[in-house]
Design a protein around this ligand. Sequence first.
Ligand code: AMP
Length: 204
Amino acid sequence: MHSAAQDAEFGLVLIGPPGVGKGTQAAQLRDEFGLAHIATGDLLRAHRGQGTELGRQAATYMSDGRLVPDGLVVAMVQERIRESPRFVLDGFPRSLAQARALAEVLLVERRRLTAAVFVEAPDEIVIERIAGRDEGRDDDNAATVRRRLEVFHRSTAPVIAYYEVLGILHRIDAARPIDEVYADTQRLLSRLGGTPSSVSFTGA
Ligand code: AMP
């Protein structure tokens, strides 16, 4: 499925607590809307697996459920963003410093974000979902999940306010079955001009 709309620039940020299903949604959006899926958690895990210098530096932060320092993460993703005219960022930005760095990378190229999508669900629900995950990540134990949620509320919540003030924030209620959540996200992206998708959209 290819269309003129899929050649247009499109920049999306997915924000949400750990375990809310951002990764699954981002992968579906990648396929359906022809977006580069840039997931900082996946990139960091790949570095760690390959034993690169960055991977070694990031490892303890990751296993503690804390944020890897902004400078390292920004250096890792900025090239990917620059070379991707259409992207969905999954798990980045997670701090105001990262949000500003992203704005700067785009500004230099006279590009802008299309939208930030806050995929939201209460803590109890994401804790349950993580407990039920079967891929068994080493940072999915109870203590680390608690830390990751704390980090989300403390460091990432201001990012949501930042995009709200910029007027590009959209909220998706993720405390529902995954296919309903994804249907909402799909509709939102079609409306934002990501692609005509299967519905034809005439604009509003
Ligand atoms: P995730 O797969 O997105 O849940 O990320 C797993 C872990 O990687 C996080 O708990 C952090 O330690 C680290 N990480 C991922 N993305 C970022 C980011 N944007 N900034 C800082 N640390 C990150």
